[in-house]
Design a protein around this ligand. Structure first.
Ligand code: ADP
Ligand code: MG
Length: 371
């Protein structure tokens, strides 16, 4: 086992900056996810860790050792990819044994290691079966078996379940997570799917356009996003945003637009004071932190109903603010509303965020690491 660390790691392909000064540390035995939209630099990061791609600048360390110039075979990394890449004409046993056989290990040792992996992954009854016709879950367990049979220091998974349909994916998520935590191996899990990262990872590094946006636990990132990108990327349905300005009225601060006046109180007043008189503010609030209320008032947003979607256990109401901005509001199951009906949306103050409209930074961000 080993920790994996990026120190100012950069990757350029000609003029394309795929990874820009990335810094993060995945602890020994941690389940660490690299998350971000397509093209943000996830696979480039993975390939540098595995030694399949030159590092343009910076250092990658396994524990205290700099591995920049180590050959792939000397890094002791195992990888599981999206397509699992099993050999269709081999048995389950031989698929798992393959990496040991190519290393020409004595057959008694191969046998011992493969049996241990099969026992752990509940595959013993399939030892002599071919892999054709096995279920997705079984194939995934075989792919993991083949990856771990060499006792890797680091297990890397690149979108291993992204191609499955939703129901199966959610079951696989649970299964994968429990297998990997029992193994106790350092795991880097790469995905574009925030639901997967949130459900499985101990900590997440979120990337966009080659840059690390934030590193933290799922709850940390959900409640305390560093910037507007992270706030909008994490959470389903996504956070609502609205432009506003900060005005002072009767000695109080208000976040104001043509659709709302939200009082700023307590610590937020101090944090936001430099924005007084500017229009550089973006308010952000998640659908689950909003509700419809009968009365308008301080802290409510006036809007008209655009669309209602019933999901059974709850409903989501799409409303339009007077300047055309759209909010999604979580409402009680089966809520009855007419299209174009006037409504008042109350925002939970504790869960309302304010972003700098120019650089996207969360003005109320709590930098716990540096406090
Ligand atoms: P992700 O895995 O997050 O989708 P990648 O690491 O594959 O992202 O790609 C990051 C960026 O680098 C993208 O703009 C991609 O087009 C570019 N890129 C990736 N591989 C190469 C390559 N071999 N040559 C040139 N550009 C590349
Ligand atoms: Mg990729």
């Amino acid at each position: 086992m080993a920790s994996v660390e990026f120190k100012n790691v950069c990757k350029k392909y000609g003029d394309v900056e795929a990874v820009v000064e990335a810094n993060w540390l995945c602890e020994d035995r941690e389940f660490f996810s690299i998350l971000g939209p397509s093209g943000c630099g996830k696979s480039s990061s993975l390939r540098m860790i595995a030694g399949l791609e030159e590092i343009t600048a910076g250092e990658i360390r396994f524990d205290d050792e700099i591995v920049n110039h180590l050959a792939p075979r000397d890094r002791n990394i195992a990888m599981v990819f999206e397509n699992w890449a099993l050999y269709p004409n081999m048995t389950v046993f031989d698929n798992i044994a393959f990496p040991l056989q190519v290393r020409e290990l004595p057959s008694s040792e191969v046998d011992k290691k493969v049996r241990r992996a099969m026992q752990f992954l509940n595959l013993e009854h399939l030892e002599n079966s071919g892999v054709r016709g096995l279920s997705g879950g079984e194939k995934q367990r075989i792919a993991i078996g083949r990856a771990i049979v060499r006792d890797p220091s680091v297990l890397i998974m690149d979108e291993p379940i992204s191609h499955l349909d939703a129901g199966l994916r959610s079951r696989m998520r649970d299964e994968l997570k429990s297998q990997v935590s029992e193994l106790g191996v350092t795991t880097l899990y790469i995905t574009h799917d925030q639901v997967e990262s949130m459900a499985m990872a101990d900590r997440i590094a979120i990337m966009n356009l080659g840059r690390i946006q934030q590193v933290g636990t799922p709850l940390d990132i959900y409640h305390n996003p560093r910037n507007e990108f992270v706030a909008g990327f994490i959470g389903e349905p996504p956070m609502n945003f609205a432009d506003c300005e900060l005005v002072a009225e009767n000695g109080k601060f208000l976040a104001k637009s043509s659709s709302f006046e939200i009082a700023i109180t307590g610590e937020n007043e101090q944090a936001l004071k430099d924005y007084k008189g500017t229009t550089k503010l973006r308010l952000g609030v998640r659908p689950e932190s909003t509700m419809l209320v009968p009365q308008s008032g301080a802290g409510t947003v006036s809007a008209v109903v655009d669309f209602v979607e019933h999901q059974g256990d709850r409903s989501f109401v799409t409303v339009k603010l007077s300047n055309g901005e759209i909010f999604l509001v979580e409402a009680e199951s089966g809520v009855e509303l007419e299209i174009n009906e006037n409504v008042n949306v109350k925002l939970e103050e504790e869960y309302t965020h304010y972003f700098d409209a120019e650089n996207g930074l969360n003005i109320l961000f709590l930098d716990e690491e540096h406090d």
